[in-house]
Design a protein around this ligand. Structure first.
Ligand code: NDP
Length: 476
């Protein structure tokens, strides 16, 4: 029987996606540039279901029923283009190519436009959850034409993670929308991880607590509002002991965080769209700082701290303060990420349903969390919500933690503990809620040196003052 879907690219991700399709009863055509991976998939996991293995791309394509659905799961960038070029002459009008790799959304827009011109559907699809998710149910963010989703959607929903029986997969929007949302998901993941790391550091420095003790605090937090995959694995990691040295595992790891680039893309796009995604940006820069070895070497022991010796008096109160500050900072990071999605949706005409995005992130992906339900509910209350933080649930829950947030950030500053994401999130919160910002002065400076004009609070219009002449004001 012909295959219902095909997967080309059978490294960890493609292999596990193919197995996931097979386990759900689909006949899966499988192909990989080097045939050895295809053979080993069938040899090792033939029990999962029905695979149709092909050595050549032509045989692979021929083994799939029409309209064909071909999932590409290869290294992002040039390899994806190479595979698309190889597929094009083999496909027929109406066939669907699904790029499930981590493509940058402008590439997806370019590829979609090209393939649309050839009568093919191109579905740039975000897939989150790592290899585990790919096998057992990822969060899936497909873009492309709505028409392609009619036949493809049910299959993707079938293999996606489920939360309360609801699939963690939905149609995101045209062309690059799926990969864009995946990119922002990853950016939020960076922010979430940085915030958790700062909370850990605060507990370590403020309480002098051991990694294992902090792990227990995280495990406790995981029973409340913060319940999430990342908090759960943090609790686990912190309690893990290195077999070789007997030290806490976290204490033997070099303190340099690497990155593969999706955080950087998110920040670059935030700058392009002019959306203040400070949480994601600080998280991305914090990783960069950790890897700034020459600078850290030059600064260590040389830059004066003039900081106190941190001695927290009320242990339980401090832990609760850090928990509340973490929660509030996290809401800021998500609020900013959803602003970015809204801005891109507007810019590219994607019409993305933000509540639905929070819903499909509840399971399968790295940022899966209980709290995403609250975000979905907020956008259900008001689909045009202009600021997630201003939804009544969040004004209340973040509002309850504001004093704690201020205590934590100010104590950290006084004691010389860096909290870039906690601090910048609080600064954003105070900035966005301010009655009046000092931006007025900046606009005045711009008019002074560059004749960039300004608007007034007391009357409409655009004005310029002749600063170097007699300082008369003229309406522009
Ligand atoms: P890799 O990114 O390591 O890519 C390896 C695969 O790409 C192999 O199948 C390889 O074939 C194929 N390939 C490389 N170059 C070419 C080429 N020029 N022509 C044809 N095939 C080529 O695999 P992963 O499984 O880790 O990831 C696949 C995609 O999924 C990537 O885009 C990645 O960013 C994304 N992704 C990965 C996640 C993860 O947790 N790893 C999570 C979510 C998305 P060969 O065997 O012949 O070398």
């Amino acid at each position: 029987a012909p295959a219902q879907i095909g997967v080309t690219g059978l490294a960890v991700m493609g292999r596990n996606l193919a197995r996931n399709f097979a386990r759900h009863g689909y006949t899966v055509a499988v192909h990989n540039r080097s045939f050895a991976k295809t053979e080993s998939l069938v040899a090792d996991h033939g029990d999962d279901g029905t695979f149709v293995a092909s050595e050549s791309m032509a045989d692979f394509v021929a083994s799939i029923e029409q309209p064909r659905k071909v999932v590409i799961m290869v290294k992002a960038g040039g390899p994806t283009d190479a595979v698309i070029d190889e597929l094009i002459p083999l496909l027929d009008e109406g066939d669907i190519i699904i790029d499930a790799g981590n493509a940058h959304f402008p590439d997806t827009r370019r590829r979609e436009e090209r393939l649309r011109g050839l009568g093919l559907h191109f579905v740039g699809t975000g897939v989150s959850g790592g290899e585990e998710g790919a096998l057992n149910g990822p969060s899936i963010m497909p873009g492309g034409s709505e028409e392609s989703y009619v036949t493809l959607g049910p299959i993707l929903e079938d293999i996606s993670a489920k939360v309360d029986g609801v699939p963690c997969c939905t149609y995101v929007g045209p062309d690059g929308a799926g990969h864009f949302v995946k990119m922002v998901h990853n950016g939020i993941e960076y922010a979430d991880m940085q915030l958790i790391a700062e909370a850990y550091d605060l507990l370590k420095q403020g309480l002098g607590a051991t990694a294992a003790e902090i792990g227990q605090i995280f495990a406790e937090w995981n029973t409340g509002d913060l319940e999430s995959f990342l908090i759960e694995i943090t609790a686990d990691l912190l309690q893990h002991v290195d077999a070789e040295t007997g030290s806490a595992f976290v204490d033997i790891i070099l303190d340099q965080a690497e990155q593969k680039g999706t955080g950087r893309w998110t920040v670059q796009n935030g700058l392009d769209l002019g959306v203040p995604i400070t949480g994601i940006a600080e998280a991305t820069f914090a990783r960069a700082l950790s890897g700034s070895t020459p600078q850290r070497t030059a600064a260590r022991g040389v830059l004066r701290a003039e900081a106190g010796t941190w001695a927290v008096e009320d242990r339980d109160a401090f832990i609760e303060d850090v928990r509340l500050a973490l929660y509030s900072s996290k809401v800021v990071a998500y609020s900013q990420g959803f602003d970015q999605i809204a801005a891109a949706s507007e810019e590219f005409g994607w019409n993305i349903d933000r509540g639905a995005m929070a819903r499909i992130w509840r399971g399968g992906c790295i940022i899966r969390a209980r709290f995403l339900n609250r975000i979905t509910e907020a956008y259900e209350r008001d689909e045009n919500l202009s600021l997630l933080l201003a939804d009544p649930h969040f004004t209340e829950s973040v509002g309850n933690g504001v004093s704690a947030w201020r205590r934590v950030v100010s104590s950290a500053a006084l004691n010389g503990v860096p909290t870039p994401a906690f601090s910048s999130s609080l600064a954003y919160y105070d900035g966005v809620r301010a009655e009046r910002l000092p931006a007025a002065l900046i606009q005045a400076q711009r008019d002074f040196f560059g004749a960039h004009t300004y608007q007034r609070v007391d009357k409409p219009g655009v004005f310029h003052t002749e600063w170097s002449l007699d300082r008369t004001e003229t309406a522009q």
